[in-house]
Structures are given as structure tokens and as C-alpha cells.
Design a protein around this ligand. Structure first.
Ligand code: AMP
Length: 396
């Protein structure tokens, strides 16, 4: 697994990147370019070792944007020629039912990714733009696409199928694709390594600004909370998660709202933000501590949904060995973890309050030694997982 990998996460108006060693996890450089194509000076934040470089660049599109990023490597370092990149790993959000694992990128792969843009209109077009430009600017290196949906591409049919007209579903590609798969896979593998067991029944809770749950049986994903799009499932920073689809008809018929307005409402003005005005968990916790009743209710809704998913997935798995918490809220909010875990004593979860409250790096246990179910914090690292998958494929 030796060789340096450049990981690129190209959004509609941003390019996030990391230069790292998949074998050790050492990060040589990382950065973020934002506001591409917005007609303003685009801020570029580049970190290489102890050097932090903030500047603004000319980035009217992904091509000038990536040129500016490569310029930062040339100017600030490390020199990509000296490093010798072994592969470029691209994060791609939606791989439809074509891609159940990482793939070496060629023109056909790009066309296929582009064809899934209607399922991820906010993400896939930006991913494709980044891939096209990166292949042009770094032509002699293998480029690998790593899909957010891949870990869930082989969900059992009963979990992946929506109970609607079969012809409609197959004509329009309607099924559960899931998302955050790279993180769920990384965490599930890290848990198996940590506990030295491959036959675990795990529930992984990725709780960031976006949030999703998965049920993993012996390394295979058997259910996940995000669906056709990342809107379904848990309560998120700005997204509703599960909601009766009839709310959409009601808002259209009774409130006279346009479909795009409802889309924006459910995706960007709902979840914690919709209920409290704040999407950041720390701010909502502070509001609740100050006695704001909306924030108290929003937190109750947030944890109620989480407990519901844990109960459902324990039933789907037919047992439970591990609950793993990851991402911003999962890794940092002891209150949220405690609110989820305390009422689960009936499932065999015995929370160790002191261990849960303690801070620390790496994988940490949250339950007592005697607990029948082990709860863990497992810091996620999507870039490292993308780099590992990319180098494995590039070396084959
Ligand atoms: P992510 O999308 O993984 O970066 O996670 C972002 C979310 O993590 C935001 O809602 C943050 O408020 C939350 N978060 C980060 N640090 C903390 C913390 N110390 N306590 C509670 N929430 C946190």
C-alpha cells in the first residue's frame, strides 16, 4: 500500500483535497478552495506541515480552480513532482446501481457518473467537473473514483426496495442508494480490527451536519437510513430526515408552494435549523441550556429518531454487538451519545458515564467491560479510506 495519494473532493463550487500516505495515514498537505465560479476572489486555504497559507485566487471554473490548487503545491509545497503521486482518488457521491466498489476512471466511467446527476444534482456535476480537470492536469497518474453509495450497492433487496409500483421504480431508478458509505465502511472495518472480530453485528451512527445510520452484519451493510437521496432518515443539521411524503402534497395543495421551494425547505431549512434557527449542534445545546424550549424539543426529536433507528436495526440484524458513533456530533457530543445510549439498557447497553464524558483521540469505549453491547467512538477518516481504496486499485 505504499505511494502517495492525492484525494480530491470536488463539489459544485469547491475543491477539498488532501495529499497523504495510505499506509501510515500521514497527511503531507490539505486544503480547501471555495466559491469557484461565483465571480468573486475565491479563498484558498492550503496547509503543508506547519505552514498555513491563506490567499484568494482566480477561479472562474473547476479548471482554473484546480490550476490554482496545483499552484499552491508548487509555491508552498510539497512539490508534487518530488513526491511522485501514485494515484488520485476522487470522491463521488452517487454511483447508482453501476458501481459497487472503486473503479479506475476512463471516459466511459465519467459518462456513467454524469448519467447519475439527476439523482444527485447538487453533487455529481461538481464531482465530474473535478475529475475531468484533474485527468487533464495530471494525465500520467491513475485516477480512481470512490463512491459514497458503493458500500450500500449490495443491500439486501428487502432493504433497498421502496414499496411503490415496480415499473415506476425501475423506469426511474427509484431505490435506496444510501450515502456516507465511505465513512460507514471505514468505521465498520476499524471496529472489526479494534475488537479483532469479523462476525460483528454493528450499528454505525455517522452524526455530522448530515447524519445517517447503517446496520452492518459481518462487514456487509444490510440497511441504511439515507435513501434515494441523502434526505431520508435521521434528523440532520438542515434536513428533515424521515417525513410523511404526503407533507409534500399538502404543502403544494394547501400552501401553494412550488416543488423547488419544498425541496429547499426540506433540505436546507429543516432539521435542527428548522426547529431552532441553528444547524450547529453546539449552538442548539447552548440554547437548550439557556432554557429555550424549541431547542429542548429539537434535541428530543433528534435523539428519539436515533433511538428508533437503533431499535429497528437491532431487529434487522437479529442481535447487536456494537454501536459506533462517528463524525462531528458522534465524536464530540457526550450528551447526545448519553441520551441515545442510556435508555438502551434493555438491549444490553451499559453506559460507562465517565468513559463517555472523557475526551480523547482514537477509538474509545463508552460502555462498561461487562456490557453485552459495546458502544464506541470511532473517528472517521473518509480521505484515508479513499486513499487506501485508490492505491489498492491503482496497484492491481
Ligand atoms: P461534521 O459534518 O462531521 O463536520 O459535523 C458537524 C457537526 O458536529 C456540527 O453540528 C457541530 O456542531 C458538531 N460538533 C462539532 N464539535 C462538537 C462538540 N464539541 N459538541 C457538539 N457538537 C459538535
Amino acid at each position: 500500500m505504499t505511494g502517495t495519494v492525492l484525494v480530491i473532493n470536488s463539489g459544485s463550487s469547491s475543491i477539498k483535497y488532501q495529499l497523504l500516505e495510505p499506509a501510515t495515514g500521514t497527511v503531507h498537505a490539505s486544503g480547501l478552495l471555495e466559491r469557484i465560479g461565483e465571480g468573486v476572489d475565491a479563498p484558498l486555504h492550503h496547509t503543508a506541515g506547519d505552514t498555513v497559507h491563506d490567499t484568494t485566487v482566480y477561479a472562474t471554473d473547476h479548471s482554473s480552480g484546480l490550476r490554482a490548487v496545483l499552484g499552491a503545491f508548487a509555491e508552498i509545497g510539497p512539490d508534487l513532482g518530488d513526491v511522485g503521486i501514485a494515484a488520485v482518488g476522487h470522491r463521488v457521491v452517487q454511483g447508482g446501481d453501476t458501481f459497487s466498489g472503486p473503479v479506475l476512471i476512463d471516459d466511459e466511467v465519467i459518462d456513467a457518473i454524469d448519467s447519475y446527476s439527476p439523482l444527485a444534482p447538487l453533487h455529481n456535476p461538481g464531482n465530474v467537473a473535478g475529475i475531468r480537470v484533474a485527468r487533464e492536469l495530471l494525465p500520467s497518474v491513475p485516477h480512481v473514483a470512490v463512491f459514497d453509495t458503493a458500500f450500500f450497492a449490495n443491500l439486501p433487496d428487502d432493504a433497498a426496495t421502496y414499496a411503490i409500483d415496480t415499473d415506476v421504480a425501475s423506469s426511474y431508478g427509484i431505490r435506496r442508494y444510501g450515502a456516507h458509505g465511505t465513512s460507514h465502511e471505514f468505521v465498520a472495518k476499524a471496529v472489526a480490527e479494534h475488537l479483532r472480530r469479523d462476525d460483528l453485528k454493528q450499528i454505525v451512527l455517522h452524526l455530522g451536519n448530515g447524519a445517517s445510520a447503517s446496520a452492518v452484519d459481518s462487514g456487509r451493510a444490510v440497511d441504511t437510513s439515507m435513501g434515494l437521496t441523502p434526505l431520508e432518515g435521521l434528523v440532520m443539521g438542515t434536513r428533515t430526515g424521515d417525513i410523511d411524503p404526503a407533507v409534500v402534497f399538502h404543502l403544494s395543495r394547501v400552501a401553494g408552494m412550488e416543488i423547488d421551494e419544498i425541496d429547499a425547505l426540506l433540505n436546507r431549512r429543516s432539521g435542527l435549523k428548522g426547529m431552532t434557527g441553528q444547524n450547529d449542534m453546539r449552538a442548539v445545546r447552548q440554547m437548550a441550556a439557556d432554557g429555550d424550549e424549541r431547542a429542548v424539543l429539537a434535541l428530543a426529536v433528534y435523539t428519539h429518531r436515533l433511538r428508533k433507528y437503533v431499535g429497528a436495526y437491532a431487529a434487522v440484524l437479529g442481535g447487536l454487538d456494537v454501536i459506533a458513533f462517528t463524525a462531528g456530533v458522534g465524536e464530540n457530543s457526550a450528551e447526545t451519545r448519553a441520551e441515545v445510549l442510556r435508555p438502551l439498557a434493555f438491549l444490553g447497553v451499559e453506559l460507562d458515564e465517565a468513559a463517555n464524558a472523557a475526551r480523547g483521540d482514537g477509538i474509545r469505549r463508552l460502555t462498561t467491560e461487562g456490557s453485552a453491547v459495546t458502544a464506541l467512538v470511532v473517528p472517521t477518516n473518509e480521505e484515508l479510506e479513499i486513499a487506501r481504496l485508490a492505491i489498492d486499485l491503482a496497484r492491481d
